[in-house]
Design a protein. Structure first.
Lengths: 312, 306
């Protein structure tokens, strides 16, 4: 079992009567990419702030790399990189001097820092722009500089708060590529928050979906798909003819849990994929099969269903 | 803290602010050039280098008045946007995600401001004294040097109070303009309004002034209320330090200038004057400390959103 790098139990953050985070449990293991999803205002950023000691939990406890971020902030911040939602740099300083300042704050030796910075700026494709003032950078360039800034201290965990926000599709693909490479080649754990599920699901080992300060669903993307497909798979058959006998045959198929007919449409619910057996059963019964469609929901649909009417 | 200190110091000596400070040093030079030499020799206290800072002969206002008037503005300029500009730029949450304590951010910034003030005040003083030496052709005495160093230190403490005030405003107010306006408002209130308030309060506490006893009580109340203002503390302390004859008294209450001239014409050593103003220095430092603790309480536990 790999080490737990983030462990939150019963985390609560209240602002007055409003519970931004309401009894959250969270775990992040070494080398894992965790997608922290939820609509705006569901408490994602607040959770991240508590993980970094930038705000204090009202109740519950969080441990990051084995330390309490409120009591031992330095131990946490030495090993954790954080990319805020809207990352800011000193706009009159060049990208490189901004990073040199970060290195200085991390007590890195100047010579080491310079080598490391040049390497990182190469990685985020900013080598050409590194001596320009950050004020002239585009949103995407700032975000990439932010990533270099986060990686500068060689963190074990990086926490990215909505990193894809405001990036173009190429930028998003590039960022996801980097995240994948960081986790698989360098063993860095990534905690990634986003409100765009489809953008990040490809790189996340596990995702947790937040709603009103609680995690409503958690697991791998595949697990979640199963968990939420209301009893497994759905199949809609459009059938002309075929009577009760067909219905009995279909209901008797292995793992079918429900079978209903409305006019020409038969809706089958099953715990496993029965498309092949069902269609051949229809044809064998002598009825005509006009069409068949799978009602399999993508995670995105699930996500939208959870947040219908919530997302702006 | 070291990293923050040097970064902030670099910022203070960066483009725009550096010009401001260079201007201040030039003020010292120009003042020392235009001060009326004859008047100082014939009417002064005999300590030329102290008179240099208090005389108004040949210049619109004395260097001391200049410092007590514009000094607070310098302190405020260095501090009013120290924390909130980091917040608006979004750099604060990035800095605080690095392994530094929050108080290091505050302290680093404050020390960088203090260091800048020290450099400015002493450059101004040394420039003025240097030019004056060239004109008078005689060096300042050891006693004068001691008094001038004391004067410089009190000036720095006085300016540091305004720096701390502006930094406190920059923690409480998210908007740099609001913080600048509030700092300047407090400066006007504390420096000028207190004078009127002191008189009113004294009138209330001692309504009938009939004999000398009442008069002295009235003046006493007025004096102590006025001492709430660092401005008042500064002028009392510098007045005592820069005038070796009056230097054995703290304030002029009950003792008019004519009486002084008749009673005391011999100067006291610098150490005696320094002893007298020691409480003033301590009170100004205490004021700075309380502003800083208010800032700490607010800043240490505050939520830092990006």
């Amino acid at each position: 079992m790999s080490e737990l790098l983030v462990e939150a139990t019963g985390l609560v953050k209240a602002y007055g009567d409003f519970l931004a985070v309401d009894g959250l449990d969270l775990r992040l293991s070494e080398g894992e990419v965790y997608g922290f999803l939820g609509p705006n205002g569901s408490g994602k950023s607040t959770t991240i702030l508590m993980m970094l000691g930038l705000t204090e939990p009202t109740a519950g406890a969080v441990k990051v790399v084995g330390h309490n971020p409120t009591r031992e902030p330095l131990e946490v911040k030495r090993q954790v990189g954080y990319l805020p939602e809207s990352v800011g740099f000193y706009s009159d300083m060049s990208g490189r001097s901004n990073l040199l300042y970060t290195a200085d704050l991390n007590n890195m030796r100047l010579a080491d820092a310079k080598v490391r910075i040049d390497e990182l700026l190469g990685m985020v494709e900013l080598a050409d722009a590194m001596n320009q003032p950050v004020g002239q950078y585009s949103r995407g360039m700032r975000q990439r500089l932010g990533l270099a800034d986060v990686l500068l201290k060689r963190p074990r965990v990086i926490i990215l708060d909505d990193p894809t926000l405001g990036l173009d599709p190429t930028g998003i693909q590039w960022l996801l590529g980097i995240i994948e490479e960081l986790s698989s080649n360098q063993g860095i754990s990534v905690f990634l928050s986003s409100h765009q599920l489809h953008e990040v699901q490809q790189v996340c080992h596990r995702v947790g979906i937040m709603s009103h300060g609680k995690i409503v669903l958690e697991g791998t993307v595949a697990e979640l798909t199963e968990q939420t497909a209301s009893g497994g798979f759905g199949l809609v058959l459009e059938v002309l003819g075929g009577g009760d006998e067909l219905m009995t045959t279909l209901t008797a198929l292995p793992s079918v849990t429900a079978c209903n007919r409305v006019g020409n449409e038969i809706v089958l619910q099953s715990g496993a994929d029965v498309r092949a057996q069902a269609t051949s059963a229809v044809i064998a019964s002598g009825a005509s099969l006009l069409g068949a469609s799978s009602e399999n929901r993508t995670l995105e649909e699930i996500y939208l269903r959870y947040f219908a009417g919530q997302e702006s | 803290m070291r990293a923050i200190f040097w970064k902030e110091l670099g910022d203070h000596f960066g483009k725009r602010r550096f010009n401001l400070m260079l201007g201040l040093v030039l003020v010292g030079v120009v003042w020392a050039m235009f001060v009326d030499k004859e008047a100082m020799v014939t009417r002064g206290t005999g300590a030329f280098y102290l008179d240099l800072f208090t005389t108004t002969e040949g210049v619109p206002l004395s260097l001391l008045q200049f410092l007590s008037f514009f000094g607070p503005i310098i302190g405020i300029t260095l501090g009013f946007d120290s924390i909130n500009s980091e917040r608006t730029q979004g750099t604060l949450s990035r800095i605080l995600a690095q392994p530094v304590y929050r108080d290091s951010v505050y302290n680093g910034k404050f020390l960088a401001g203090l260091f800048t003030l020290t450099i400015v005040v002493f450059s101004l003083g040394i420039a003025a004294v240097g030019v004056a030496m060239f004109r008078y052709g005689l060096p300042p005495s050891g006693d004068e040097v001691l008094r001038l160093i004391g004067f410089g230190s009190i000036t720095i403490a006085f300016l540091a109070f305004w720096l701390a005030l502006a930094m406190t405003a920059s923690i409480f107010l998210r908007n740099a303009v609001a913080s600048a306006l509030v700092s300047i408002g407090l400066w006007i209130g504390i420096s000028f309004f207190i004078v009127f308030a002191a008189t009113t309060i004294a009138d209330r506490i001692v309504p009938d002034v009939e004999d000398f006893e009442d008069q002295s009580r009235h003046a006493n109340v007025q004096l102590w209320v006025g001492r709430v203002s660092p401005e008042r503390l500064y002028s009392e302390a510098t007045g005592t330090l820069l005038d070796p004859i009056r230097g054995r008294f703290l304030s002029s209450f009950g003792v008019t200038e004519e009486r002084l001239e008749g009673l005391l014409s011999s100067p006291v050593p610098a150490s005696q004057s320094l002893l007298l103003v020691w409480p003033h220095i301590v009170v100004i430092l205490a004021m700075i400390a309380s502003l800083m603790s208010v800032s700490y309480v607010r800043f240490m536990r505050e939520e830092i959103r990006s």
